[in-house]
Every structure is written in C-alpha cells, then in structure tokens.
Write a protein that binds this ligand. Structure first.
Ligand SMILES: NC(=O)c1ccc[n+]([C@@H]2O[C@H](COP(=O)([O-])OP(=O)(O)OC[C@H]3O[C@@H](n4cnc5c(N)ncnc54)[C@H](O)[C@@H]3O)[C@@H](O)[C@H]2O)c1
Length: 174
C-alpha cells in the first residue's frame, strides 16, 4: 500500500473542489494500492479552514502555511490560492520536498509562470496544474481523435461553454 498524505492550501471555491475530489478519489477502485490521507486544510480564515476540514474529512485545519510546508508527514500540497501567491509558494513547496498540484493561472504574468515552471523542472517532485477539463472522458476521446488525425489538420476551432454558476441575476459579476 502506498500512502499519499495531502494538505490543501486555500479553502475557497477551488480549494473546496479539490477537497471534494480527494474525498471521492478515496473511494475509487482505480486507486487500488494507494491510500490518500487527508491531513490538513490551510487558510488564514480559520473558520473556513475548520469548516472545510470537517466537511471533507481532513484530520485538521491550520492557518500557518509555513508550518505545513515544514511538516515531513505531508507528501503533497494542493494549492488553490490568490494568483499572486503562486510565484512564492510553488518554489517553496517544491524545495520543501512536496509534490505540487497548483491551480491556474500560474502567477500574474508569463514571467511569474516561467519562475514556477523552472522550479518544477529543477525538482524531482511531481507537479500538475488544475486544467479542469483535461480528464473529462468526452474531451479526452475528442483529443485522441485529433491526435490520431481522424479530423485532419485542425485549422480553426470554435467552442461554447455553457455554465449555470452565474445564472442568478442577484449574484455579483465575476
Ligand atoms: N480550475 C478551475 O476551473 C478554477 C476555478 C476557479 C478558480 N480557480 C483558481 O483557483 C485559485 C483560487 O480561486 P478561488 O476562486 O478558490 O478563490 P477564493 O478567494 O475563493 O479562495 C482563495 C482562498 O485562499 C485563501 N488564502 C489567501 N492567502 C492564503 C495563504 N497565504 N495561505 C493559505 N490560504 C490563503 C483565502 O483566504 C481564500 O479562502 C485561483 O488561482 C483561481 O484562478 C481555478
């Protein structure tokens, strides 16, 4: 049995999606032989960190990111933070020996993204970015068709993405 112990850093909207995913993944037979341990939720908003930890089955909550990065029990961190923080935190997390799953966008501009990518390339830790749609089966199948040349050479692509999350007229525009 391989154990992967996870800390979620940032407990807002996207962080809660990560927590939901990890909790569901614990039940997935495809993970046969891997145990996911939900250890800590970190957020400066202590009440939120506690709430998310309790709701998704993490053992504890913390407001101290440095302490969590220094904890040798944590194998991997899942980052769902304000974008301006990634350029500092991703290299720090990799240097602390953590595997890193980071939300997108990677920083505020291309220069910050490059710093992050270089830190990942220099590390032997596993890294990934939260491109949400990459693993959706229908899109993966479409990608395979394109890669196999079944659709010929793609010269133009137009798509619509329908989502209801902003359908409430009383909700602020984001
Ligand atoms: N992949 C997707 O489809 C998707 C969707 C939404 C958001 N995102 C990305 O996710 C990230 C977070 O967005 P969100 O909508 O969840 O924002 P959010 O504001 O809801 O959550 C951010 C959280 O980070 C916390 N935080 C701030 N500083 C911190 C620190 N130093 N340590 C720990 N926590 C800290 C805040 O208190 C807040 O709870 C952004 O990078 C965003 O672009 C990705």
């Amino acid at each position: 049995m391989t154990t992967i112990t996870i800390a979620l850093i940032g407990a807002g909207y996207a962080g809660q999606s990560h927590a939901f995913g990890y909790r569901n993944a614990q039940l997935d037979d495809a993970l046969n032989g891997v145990e996911i341990v939900l250890d800590t939720v970190v957020d400066p908003n202590e009440e939120l960190a506690n709430h998310v930890a309790g709701k998704y089955g993490f053992a504890k909550a913390s407001t101290d990111i440095e302490q969590v990065l220094a904890d040798p029990a944590i194998d991997a961190v899942s980052l769902a933070l304000p974008n301006r923080l990634y350029v500092d935190i991703v290299p720090k997390a990799l240097a602390a020996g953590k595997h890193v799953f980071c939300e997108k966008p990677l920083g505020l501009d291309a220069a910050e993204a490059e710093v992050i990518v270089k830190a990942a390339q220099a590390s032997d830790r596993i890294n990934a970015v939260g491109f949400s749609f990459r693993r959706i089966p229908a899109l993966a199948a479409l990608r395979d068709l394109v890669a196999a040349g079944a659709l010929g050479e793609i010269e133009h692509f137009r798509a619509h993405y329908y989502a209801d999350y902003a359908a409430d007229p009383d909700q602020p525009l984001t």
